[in-house]
Design a protein around this ligand. Structure first.
Ligand code: HAM
Length: 417
């Protein structure tokens, strides 16, 4: 029967067979964060709208078009978080984390919301894992941060990954560069797409992202920030590059790299995967030295990234994770009589000993229980005979032996090792 209700456009359900692959991504990220000394943080799924307007930037697509914004019952404007960096900076200030030893290293994982046009790899509710190091301006912090994402993708075995690196310079340098870029765009207005032309003064960097032919031609001759870095900005970028090279992290410089959020300064980076279509970015981030100040705090340099869990899973392909080996109890009276009660007690014992164990909860016949054990991939079954004795059967070899209930845990452990 077709269901009357459907998940909202651009959303999906995570079903058990998908959940295992997802859990593997989360577990790999958790391990990497823990080993690098990043503490976990979770912020609310919604925040005051103004946090994103000020933090992400009013000229960005995210704030202009993609936020799920509503008024709550108190008349406040609330927005489902489209990203995690501004909320974490809000928490850093609100919770007085500037008093802690710097940098404060924080990692997160959770759902984010953007009202985008859904397509493969682009959803309205998606999930990110991410890491932020707040309170260091050293190139070492940039290189370490990039290295964590590189390690995560390597550990997971994501194929065809490339790292693109760029730099926007300090806020002042970026401002001067933007004026130069705007002048170039105004001088060539006639050849630009309407969208880019309308936004020359609000967000000229986005012109680098356009697929419009005329715009692309104009952008070929446009000034490029990485080639204009000077003084400390140039030194910082050179040091980040040297550190990545020392660490053996492969990258290429992309002078046209831009990101969809306004807070970036200096280093920006993007990990793309050639197995993904139009939405090829698996994860990315950069330095955001002006954001905390923008939110009302003291000048505080910071760097971080986020990666899309769904994009990682897409890049990994369809391989579904095999369920863990489990033992299934098979009894002639399917849970209702003496054998059933023994099965419940023994299954509890096995589970407490850390062994995955299942019982028939559907009142199947013995034959049906065997079929079901096969279907769910049980490697071992425990048969409760009518005389109260137990048999342990290896489903692969068909080998079957009598076993004492007191030996069950040891015996199962021995067969699995
Ligand atoms: P972002 O590039 O907007 O950066 O998003 C990071 C990642 O989230 C993207 O690379 C992509 O994998 C995934 N993603 C974004 N939008 C969608 C979507 N609609 N559907 C599926 N996946 C999506 C940020 O959010 C910054 N907060 C990253 C950062 C942290 N920068 C510094 N610190």
């Amino acid at each position: 029967m077709a269901s009357k209700y459907q998940a909202p456009r651009g959303t999906f359900d995570v079903l058990p067979e998908d959940a295992r692959a997802r859990a593997r991504v989360e577990a790999a990220a958790s391990g990497i964060f823990a080993r690098a000394g990043y503490g976990r943080i979770a912020t609310p799924a919604f925040e005051d709208t103004e946090l994103f307007e000020r933090g992400v930037g009013r000229s960005t697509d995210i704030v202009r078009k993609e936020m799920f914004t509503f008024e709550d019952k108190g008349g406040r404007s609330i927005t489902l978080r489209p990203e995690g960096t501004a909320p974490i900076c809000r928490a850093y200030l609100e919770r007085g984390m500037q008093k802690l030893a710097q940098p404060v290293k924080l990692a997160y994982s959770g759902p984010f919301f953007r009202h985008e046009r859904p397509q493969a790899g682009r959803y309205r509710q998606f999930h990110q894992v991410g890491a932020e190091a707040i309170g260091s301006d050293l190139p070492l912090a940039d290189a370490e941060s990039i290295g964590l994402l590189a390690d995560l993708l390597t550990e997971l075995g994501v194929p065809g990954v490339e790292l693109r690196l760029g730099s926007l310079g300090s806020l002042q340098a970026r401002r001067a560069y933007m004026e130069e870029l705007k002048a170039h765009l105004h001088a060539n207005e006639g050849e630009l797409s309407e969208d880019v032309r309308e936004r020359i003064d609000v967000n000229p960097l986005r012109a680098f992202d356009s697929d419009h032919e005329g715009t692309r031609g104009v952008m070929e001759g446009a000034p490029r920030m990485v080639e204009r870095l000077e003084g400390e900005d140039a030194d910082h970028f050179a040091e980040v590059r040297a550190l990545l090279e020392t660490a053996g992290v492969q990258y290429s410089i992309d002078p046209t790299l831009v990101r969809g959020l306004d807070y970036y300064t200096r280093t920006i980076f993007s990990f793309v995967c050639d197995r993904l279509g139009a939405q090829s970015e698996i994860g990315g981030g950069g330095r955001y030295d002006g954001l905390i100040e923008q939110l009302g705090g003291p000048p505080t340099p910071a760097v971080g990234w986020a990666a899309g869990i769904e994009r990682i899973l897409l890049a990994l392909g369809e391989e579904t994770e095999a369920p863990p080996p489990r033992t299934v109890f098979i009894s002639h009276d399917a849970g209702s009589g003496e054998a059933g009660r023994t099965a419940v007690a023994l299954a509890g014992e096995l589970r407490r000993a850390g062994l995955a164990t299942e019982l028939d909860l559907a009142g199947r016949s013995v034959k049906g229980q065997f079929k079901h054990a096969n279907r769910i991939g049980a490697d071992l079954v425990v048969i409760l005979e009518e005389d109260g004795t137990l048999q342990l059967r290896d489903m692969q070899s068909g080998e079957q032996d009598a076993v004492e209930s007191s030996d069950l845990v040891t015996e199962i452990g021995r067969r699995r090792s």
